[in-house]
Write a protein that binds this ligand. Structure first.
Ligand code: CLF
Ligand code: SF4
Length: 479
C-alpha cells in the first residue's frame, strides 16, 4: 500500500508493515464523542481538517485574510496582529480584497488539490467586515464549488448574519466563547462595540455573551455545524471552562476546541504586558480531559495564521505571499481534484483496514504513557527527527492510541548540523514522553534523548502500530 501522490504524503509503507489495531485516535475524530456519529454527519466532517482529527492528516485548509476590522477588544489581542482567537499572537497577514482572495483560492486549489476548506478567520473579525467576508465566500462558491466554506467569529454579529450564512451554504462556523459568566468575561474583554456604540466593562460583556448564545442557538436551528474555541487563561477562566463546555453543549455545539493562551510581553497585549501566563501542556490536557466526557474535543488545533495554507501542521503561507500568488495563473481543475480526493479516500480505507488488524495484547492495569511522533501526515511515522517542526503527541495504553496534542519545536537539523540549544529545547518540549517515534535519527540526538530517559524508535509505519509496539516493549521492560 502506498499513499496517494498528493505531494503532502511521501513515505511509502507496505502491506506487511501494517498490522495493528486500535480503537483510538487516528481511527476517527476524537473518540471522546458521545456515541457513534451518524453517517451523514460523518460525511459533513470527513474532509474538514479541523472538524475531523483523522482528516487533518490528509486534507488542507486555506485562510484568506480579508477582514481587517474588529468590534470587540480581547485582552490577549494586539490589533497590529491577526485575530488571536484563531491565530498565534504576533503574526501579521497581508490583507486581501475579495477578488484577490478568490484568485488565491483558485491558484492554491490547483497547486494543492488536497485543499478542501476555505476559512475566513481574520485578521479582525469576519462579521465586523460583512461585505468583504460574504463577497469572498460568494466568489469562491461560484468558481470553486467543491471547496467547503468556513467562518470563525467572536459571535457578536452572528445572529444578524445567520440568514446570509445559511444562504451561502457555509456549513462550518466557529465561535470563540471564553466565558458564560460576564463577571469572568469582564477580565477578558475591556469593551464591545455594538450597533455604533461602545460598551465598556460588564455591560459590553453581557451583550457579547447574549449574542454568542443567540448565535449558537441560531446555528443549531439552521443545522450548521458549530465549533467553539475557548482560550484557556490560567487564573481567569481555567476553572470556568467546564461550565462553558456544559453550556455550549446544551446549545448544540458540535466540537469544543480549548486552546492555550499564548502570551508574551513582545506581543504588546494587555495580558502580555501584565505578565499573564498561558497554561502548560499538562494543565491544558487536564482541562480538555475534564470536558471530554461531555462532547467531542478538538486537540489538533495549530492556532493558524489568518492567511494559513496547507495541512494544519505545515503552514505554507510564505510560498503564497501576495506578490507570488498574484503572478500565478489559477489552475483549478475540478476533475483533477476529485481524482486526488478519491486517491486519498482509497488510502484512508487501506489505513483503516490495516488498523483493524492490529491486535493489542491486553496489559493488566495498563498504565497510560505518552509518545512523541514525527510525521508529515498520512497517519504515518514518516519524518526524520531533524526535520520535524512539531511532534504529535499520543497517549497510549494497552489497547488505544489517542492523539492528545502537538508540541511545536525549532527543527533540529540546521543545514546538516544540529544545534545543542535547539536539542535541549526539543527535549524539554517532549520531556513527559517515554519515546519519540521517527523515520530516522542521528546518533548524537539519540544519545542525548536516551540519557534523559526518552527512548527512540526508527520506523516507517502507521502511528498506531508503531505506538502499540513500543508500548508492549516498554511494559515488558518495566516488569
Ligand atoms: Fe480555518 Fe478555523 Fe475553519 Fe479550521 S482553522 S476557520 S475551523 S478552516 Fe483549525 Fe486553525 Fe485551529 Fe482554527 S487548526 S486555528 S481550529
Ligand atoms: Fe483581536 Fe480577534 Fe479579539 Fe477582535 S476578536 S479583539 S481581532 S482576538
Amino acid at each position: 500500500m502506498t499513499p496517494p501522490s498528493t505531494g503532502l504524503v511521501t513515505s511509502p509503507i507496505t502491506e506487511t508493515t501494517i498490522a495493528s489495531k486500535s480503537s483510538g485516535c487516528g481511527s476517527g475524530c476524537n473518540s471522546s464523542a458521545t456515541g457513534e456519529m451518524d453517517e451523514k454527519l460523518q460525511q459533513r466532517i470527513a474532509n474538514h481538517p479541523c472538524y475531523s482529527e483523522e482528516a487533518h492528516h490528509h486534507y488542507a485548509r486555506l485562510h484568506v485574510a480579508v477582514a481587517p476590522a474588529c468590534n470587540i477588544q480581547c485582552n490577549y489581542c494586539n490589533r497590529k496582529y491577526d485575530c488571536a482567537n484563531e491565530s498565534r499572537p504576533g503574526v501579521v497577514s497581508e490583507l486581501l480584497t475579495p477578488e484577490e482572495a478568490a484568485h488565491k483560492a483558485l491558484v492554491i486549489a490547483g497547486k494543492i488539490p488536497q485543499l478542501t476548506v476555505l476559512g475566513i478567520a481574520g485578521p479582525g473579525d469576519p462579521l465586523a467586515n460583512p461585505e468583504r467576508t460574504f463577497r469572498t465566500f460568494e466568489l469562491i462558491a461560484e468558481q470553486a464549488p467543491d471547496i467547503k466554506l468556513c467562518l470563525s467569529t467572536n459571535g457578536l454579529m452572528l445572529p444578524e448574519y445567520i440568514d446570509r450564512i445559511k444562504q451561502l451554504n457555509i456549513d462550518h462556523v466557529t465561535i470563540t466563547i471564553n466565558m458564560v459568566d460576564p463577571e469572568i468575561g469582564a477580565k477578558i474583554y475591556p469593551w464591545v462595540h455594538y450597533k455604533r456604540k461602545r460598551y465598556r466593562g460588564i455591560e459590553g460583556v453581557k451583550i457579547l455573551h447574549e449574542k454568542q448564545m443567540e448565535g449558537l442557538q441560531a446555528l443549531r436551528e439552521a443545522d450548521i455545524l458549530c465549533k467553539v474555541n475557548s482560550v484557556m487563561i490560567p487564573g481567569i477562566n481555567d476553572e470556568h471552562l467546564a461550565e462553558v463546555n456544559k453550556v455550549i453543549r446544551s446549545h448544540g455545539a458540535f466540537l469544543h476546541n480549548i486552546m492555550p493562551l499564548i502570551s508574551a510581553p513582545e506581543h504588546g497585549t494587555h495580558f502580555g504586558l501584565t505578565g499573564q501566563r498561558g497554561p502548560t501542556p499538562k494543565e491544558l490536557k487536564a482541562v480538555q480531559d475534564s470536558c471530554a466526557g461531555n462532547m467531542k474535543m478538538m486537540r489538533h488545533c495549530r492556532q493558524c495564521r489568518a492567511d494559513a495554507v496547507g495541512l494544519l501542521g505545515e503552514d505554507r503561507s510564505q510560498e503564497f505571499t501576495k506578490d507570488k500568488f498574484m503572478a500565478m495563473t489559477p489552475e483549478y481543475d475540478l476533475a483533477q481534484r476529485q481524482e486526488v480526493h478519491a486517491g486519498i479516500e482509497k488510502f484512508r480505507e487501506e489505513l483503516k483496514a490495516a488498523k483493524q488488524q492490529v491486535v493489542a495484547t491486553p496489559v493488566k492495569n495498563s498504565p497510560k504513557i505518552l509518545v512523541a511522533v514525527a510525521t508529515k501526515g498520512g497517519g504515518l511515522v514518516n519524518q526524520h527527527f531533524g526535520h520535524a517542526k512539531e511532534f504529535q503527541v499520543y497517549e497510549v495504553d494497552g489497547s488505544e492510541v489517542r492523539f492528545i496534542g502537538h508540541r511545536k519545536i525549532d527543527h533540529y537539523c540546521q543545514g546538516g548540523y544540529g544545534e545543542t540549544a535547539t536539542l535541549e529545547n526539543i527535549i524539554e518540549a517532549i520531556a513527559d514522553c517515554k519515546a519519540v517515534l521517527v523515520a530516522k535519527i542521528g546518533d548524537c540526538p539519540q544519545e542525548k534523548l536516551h540519557a534523559v530517559g526518552i527512548q527512540t524508535v526508527e520506523t516507517y509505519d502507521t502511528i498506531d502500530k508503531a505506538a502499540l509496539e513500543f508500548y508492549q516493549q516498554y511494559i515488558q521492560e518495566q516488569v
